[in-house]
Ligand binder design. Structure first.
Ligand SMILES: N[C@@H](CCC(=O)N[C@@H](CS)C(=O)NCC(=O)O)C(=O)O
Length: 235
């Protein structure tokens, strides 16, 4: 099994968490942003990562989109399951996953790049990094007004998750696609001191879920020995 990804993408992290939770052996191919389109478009009709290639006969050639990848993995490897036995709760988990993907993952991206271009510039002040960040901000339309909107979306998300994560899981009595999506899509906030100070419970939970899935911790949460150089990339 091969996961085509951008190593820094939080949507790719979501796919890796699910693969890790199910202990599926896989390889990754890190694509070069820009050139990735040439590879992905003919394969999936889309331009986004993650893309999973099962590379087995009788299996689909390529699966694009993190939500579809998680759905596929549920059929490919039944245990441990990410599906809740109560149908109503499973629908709730899927709706949370969709909200986290479509609204919160984007909001995280906006707030993250805004931070990297401003107060967090010292993380990597190199010209290359700052040019890349400004290209990404233009590409995604990350303006001051859009960042404000994103921050208020994140505040709502924190209120919702703070209540739900008083229990061990966001929905029901086991890890679901909602927990995986939240742990991945909010992980870039670990580099932003304001979020670390205000929401320590969030980062504790992100860490626990990464450990449960055998996935290395995201930048900002990794231990001193594991700390590599801070990579700037597309997410
Ligand atoms: N809804 C998609 C979103 C994936 C996404 O936004 N991927 C970004 C990287 S984080 C991407 O591939 N951007 C490059 C492009 O759009 O060409 C999913 O869950 O897989």
């Amino acid at each position: 099994m091969l996961l085509m990804q951008f190593s820094t993408s939080h949507y790719c992290r979501k796919a890796r968490l699910a693969l890790g939770y199910k202990k599926i052996v896989y390889k990754v191919e890190n694509l070069t942003p820009g050139i990735h389109i040439l590879k992905l478009k003919p394969l999936t009709g889309l331009t986004t990562v993650p893309v999973l290639l099962p590379q087995e006969s009788g299996q689909p050639t390529a699966i694009a989109d993190s939500t579809k990848i998680l759905k596929y993995l549920e059929t490919y490897c039944l245990e441990p399951t990410l599906t809740l036995s109560d149908r109503k709760l499973q629908i709730e988990a899927s709706m949370l996953e969709d909200w986290l993907d479509e609204s919160i993952g984007t909001a995280t991206r906006f707030v993250y790049y805004d931070y990297r271009a401003g107060a967090g510039k010292q993380i990597d002040p190199s010209v290359f990094s700052q040019v890349l960040i400004s290209v990404v901000r233009r590409q995604y339309g990350i303006t001051t007004a859009a960042v404000e909107l994103a921050k208020s979306r994140l505040n709502t998300a924190m209120e919702e998750l703070a209540i739900r994560w008083q229990n061990l899981y966001l929905v029901g009595d086991r890890l679901s696609v909602a927990d995986i999506a939240a742990a991945a899509l909010l992980s870039p906030l670990a580099l932003i001191p304001q979020y670390r100070q205000e929401y320590p419970w969030l980062f504790e939970r992100i860490e626990q879920i990464h450990q449960l899935c055998g996935e290395p911790l995201p930048p900002g949460l990794e231990s001193a020995e594991d700390k590599g150089t801070m990579e700037v990339g597309i997410m």
